[in-house]
Design a protein around this ligand. Structure first.
Ligand code: NAD
Length: 253
């Protein structure tokens, strides 16, 4: 089955697309001829990305300013869409690292507000627009294997990603009646802006050794799973949490 061809002409909205995995997913969708709308706070970065997406083959590429922590910005983003949406990719996320005992509560709030409330707010706005639609869309939440197992120094992040996993199951249950599917992609450690510094440290290098496949993931290692969830290739698949992690979740104890 050619999953990529199912994206042609589909309208995909990707949050937090100014860097890392979001920019990668946007480029993947563009290469397959999707209409891609990218949202993030750093709009000047998105303008460059839009030019790249157009060059890559997007049916159309647009940037919208979006702060997922801001209710008005979330609504404005959906109002700014120029065509019915097929897929929302909830990719925006932050990971502030510190030991739990020293973590300022303001950092805890920031992680929760972005990673959990942001995902919920975006999904809710999409769900409201799709509820009575003839062709409702689907949602891909970018979770993390840290929502299922734990590592030191990222407790609020791990809590937030566990919440994203559970939000995926709960929303899938409530919205199956509307034909809205909600799934989660749970990457293992992929080298991007969010973690590059950490993997250059001795604990980071030690962690790579504990990945059964003995390497970090590359963004393209996620492509097949992303396409499965973001397209209509698996129309009976909802509430699924799909880890792609080089075997990290089944590393030996
Ligand atoms: P990244 O820092 O490059 O990307 C995160 C993006 O989210 C950035 O573009 C940032 O501007 C955006 N963002 C943050 N707060 C926002 C807000 N309030 N409104 C809108 N956009 C906002 O990191 P990444 O690794 O590409 O992460 C993307 C997603 O993948 C995150 O949800 C992250 O938790 C998840 N993830 C990453 C890895 C990994 O190893 N890189 C592993 C598992 C999960």
């Amino acid at each position: 089955m050619d999953l990529g061809s199912r994206l042609a002409g589909k309208h995909i909205l990707i949050t937090g697309a100014s860097s890392g995995l979001g920019a990668h997913f946007a480029t993947l969708c563009a290469r397959h001829g999707a209409r891609v709308t990218v949202g993030a706070r750093r709009k000047e970065k998105l303008d460059d990305l839009v030019a790249e997406l157009t060059y890559a083959g997007a049916a159309s590429a647009r940037a919208v300013s979006l702060d997922v922590t801001d209710e008005a910005s979330v609504k404005a983003c959906f109002d700014a869409l120029d065509a019915p949406l097929d897929t929302l990719v909830n990719n925006a996320g932050i990971a502030l690292s510190s030991m739990a005992i020293d973590t300022p509560l303001a950092d805890f709030d920031a992680v929760m507000t972005t990673n959990v409330r942001g995902v919920f707010a975006m999904a809710q706005e999409a769900g409201r627009r799709w509820r009575d639609a003839e062709q409702p869309g689907n949602i891909v939440n970018v979770a993390s294997i840290l929502g299922q197992r734990v590592a030191g120094g990222v407790t609020p992040y791990a809590i937030s990603k566990a919440a994203v996993k559970q939000a995926t199951h709960a929303l899938a249950l409530e919205w199956a009646r509307f034909g809205i599917r909600v799934n989660a992609l749970a990457p293992g450690y992929i080298e991007t802006e969010i973690n590059a510094e950490f993997f250059a440290t001795p604990p980071g290098e030690a962690m790579i050794k504990r990945i059964p496949m003995r390497r970090l993931g590359k963004p393209e290692d996620l492509d097949a799973a992303f396409l499965l969830l973001a397209t209509d290739a698996a129309p009976w698949m909802t509430g699924t949490y799909l880890p792609v992690d080089g075997g990290h979740l089944c590393s030996g104890l």
